[in-house]
Design a protein around this ligand. Structure first.
Ligand code: AMP
Length: 281
C-alpha cells in the first residue's frame, strides 16, 4: 500500500491510477478502524479497480468542547488492517497539510446541515462537507463509499455532490454491528463496561420501532413514544434526539407513506453515540 502524506503526492498517485484506466474508489475515515470501516473497504474493492482510503481526524468537524484531542489514534494498527484488505493507497495528511493557515472557505449544505446531529453539533456538518469536498478534489475518485451509520452525513454528501455537479458516485453501505446490536463506532472504546451494556438500548429502541411499524403502526408520534419508553429503561443514557425523518430532506416525516429514517443520538456516560434504521413501507 502506498502511503501519501501530502496533497501533491496523493493527487499524482490517484491521477496515475485513473490515467491507466482504473476505476478509483475512495473511503474517507478518521482512523481507529473497525469492521464497519473494513466493510466499506471491501465494498470499494468489489466495485473498483483501485481503492484509496483516507485517515484524517478533521478538526473542522469537532466543536470546541468535543473530543478532538482524545479521539482514538491507532495509525500503525490501521495501516496493518488496510494492508490486509489490499487497499492500494492511503492518504494520511496532517491538519496543516489539509488546512492552509488562513483558510476561510467552507461548504455549507443549507437546510440540511442544521438537522439531526447538526442541531446539537453546530458547525459539524459544515466541517464534514468541507473536508469531503476537499478530499474529492484531491483524490478525484470515481466512487466514494460512506456508511449508513452516519445517515445524515450520507444525505448531506449526496446533496453536495448533486448541487456542485461533482462527477462522483456515492455508495452507502449498511451499518455493521457488534453481536449484541451496538453499532460499531471508533468512540465505543470510550465506554465503561457498564455504559457498554447500557449503550445497546439505542439499537433496542430502533428495533421496537421497526417491530411496531411492521405490525402496521404508521403514526410517528406513537412510534417515537414507544422508543422513548425503551430508552427510559436506561436512566444513565441521556437522549439527544429520537426522530423519524424523510431520508432525503431530514425533515420530520408526518406520514409514513414513503421511506423513513429513524435516527437516535444519546450520550452514554460521556460518549455521544448515534444509530438509525430505515423503514420501507
Ligand atoms: P469515521 O471514521 O467515524 O468518520 O467513519 C468513516 C466512515 O465509516 C463513515 O462513512 C462512516 O459512516 C462509516 N462507518 C462508521 N461506523 C460504521 C459502521 N458501524 N458500519 C458501517 N459504516 C460505518
Amino acid at each position: 500500500m502506498k502511503i501519501c502524506k501530502t496533497i501533491d503526492e496523493m493527487r499524482a498517485t490517484s491521477r496515475a491510477a485513473r490515467h491507466s484506466g482504473k476505476r478509483l474508489g475512495l473511503v474517507p475515515t478518521m482512523g481507529a478502524l473497525h469492521d464497519g470501516h473494513l466493510s466499506l473497504m471491501r465494498a470499494a474493492k468489489s466495485k473498483c479497480d483501485a481503492v484509496a482510503a483516507s485517515i484524517f481526524i478533521n478538526p473542522l468537524q469537532f466543536g470546541p468542547t468535543e473530543d478532538l484531542a482524545k479521539y482514538p489514534r491507532t495509525f500503525d494498527h490501521d495501516v496493518q488492517m488496510l494492508e490486509k484488505e489490499s487497499v492500494d493507497i492511503l492518504f494520511a495528511p496532517t491538519p496543516v497539510e489539509m488546512y492552509t493557515p488562513g483558510a476561510v472557505t467552507y461548504v455549507t449544505v443549507e437546510g440540511l446541515s442544521d438537522k439531526l446531529c447538526g442541531k446539537s453539533r453546530p458547525g459539524h456538518f459544515r466541517g464534514v462537507a468541507t473536508v469531503v469536498a476537499k478530499l474529492f478534489h484531491i483524490v478525484e475518485p470515481d466512487v466514494a463509499f460512506f456508511g449508513q451509520k452516519d445517515a445524515a452525513q450520507a444525505t448531506i454528501i449526496r446533496r453536495m455532490v448533486r448541487d456542485l455537479n461533482l462527477p462522483i458516485e456515492i455508495a452507502v453501505c449498511p451499518i455493521v454491528r457488534e453481536p449484541d446490536g451496538l453499532a460499531m463506532s471508533s468512540r465505543n472504546v470510550y465506554l465503561s463496561p457498564q455504559d457498554r451494556k447500557s449503550a445497546t438500548v439505542l439499537n433496542r429502541s430502533l428495533i421496537e420501532v421497526k417491530q411496531r411499524f411492521d405490525q402496521g403502526e404508521r403514526n410517528p408520534t406513537a412510534l417515537i413514544k414507544a422508543a422513548k419508553k425503551i430508552l427510559a429503561q436506561e436512566p444513565t443514557v441521556r437522549l439527544d434526539y429520537f426522530e423519524i425523518v424523510d431520508p432525503s430532506t431530514l425533515d420530520p416525516a408526518p406520514k409514513l407513506t414513503g421511506p423513513a429514517l429513524v435516527a437516535v443520538a444519546a450520550v452514554v456516560g460521556t460518549t455521544r453515540l448515534i444509530d438509525n434504521i430505515l423503514l420501507q413501507p
